[in-house]
Design a protein around this ligand. Sequence first.
Ligand code: NAP
Length: 276
Amino acid sequence: MSHLRIAGRAVVLTGASRGIGLSIARELARRGAHLALVARQAEGLERCARQVRDEVPGCRTLVLPADVSDAAAIHDVVQRAAQHFGGLGGVVCNAGLAHPGYFEELPADVFERLCAVNYLGAVHTVRAALPHVQRGGFIALTSSVLGYMGAFGHTAYAGTKFALVGFAECLRQELLQREIHVAVLCPPDTDTPGFAVERAITPPETAALSANAGLMHADDVARRFLRALERRAFLINVNLSTAVFHRAHRWFPSLTRAVMDRMVLAAQQRSSRSRS
Ligand SMILES: NC(=O)c1ccc[n+]([C@@H]2O[C@H](COP(=O)([O-])OP(=O)(O)OC[C@H]3O[C@@H](n4cnc5c(N)ncnc54)[C@H](OP(=O)(O)O)[C@@H]3O)[C@@H](O)[C@H]2O)c1
């Protein structure tokens, strides 16, 4: 099958103002896309738009502040994007947030907010955009490595990211005939403003699980994501260790769980030693 074409397409990108979304915006622009940029704060979007136009002067941008958890607001901005560009060539649902913590200490509204933004936000965006997505276009969703494996401290977040993978699996089949490609990006820990906020409240057991994994740069995540999207990949791991871990977890889940359990128990022993 031929490579997916990005050049000349108008792409709606949510969560565009910083972190992984900003890097995806720059990569899309370098590949010749025009951009409808969505996030809640207009200021960050304006900065993103200026940056991509400075880097790629031919890139057309449209700044559309909206909260993805507000179905009516997202419907409105997506209509404006489709009208402005005369249709859409792609959608990247990237807006999202994590909120780690011990399950018994996490209030119910954290679960509700993460579902509303991470999962339903993507559903609202896709629902609004699909009537305008041209044949040969694409829908991409940012999930996480926590979209295919669980980890201590992420009861609120992982459910939303697993949900995105399930949603994408189903949507992929429904859009086959329209030749709209569906992809789901599964980044590991990545150095972004959102990750810095998350890290400040991360339990020690959660931190121990990823202590040796390092942090990816958002530009590397975006570049590898776009390369894989162009090759029409479905589930996109952006480095070798997550690709290997994903396969290991699929084929030898008792082994990967045993490794993670040891890391969690060792972190808990360290914590109780330092408390006593
Ligand atoms: N960083 C990581 O380690 C990592 C790993 C795996 C997956 N991910 C996923 O990658 C995506 C981006 O993460 P990031 O680390 O780049 O986050 P980030 O630095 O916090 O950026 C989040 C972006 O989403 C926007 N946003 C947040 N809530 C929104 C809402 N309700 N409506 C519309 N826009 C909203 C933010 O702008 P406003 O605040 O102005 O709305 C911002 O543009 C998320 O889906 C995250 O779950 C991240």
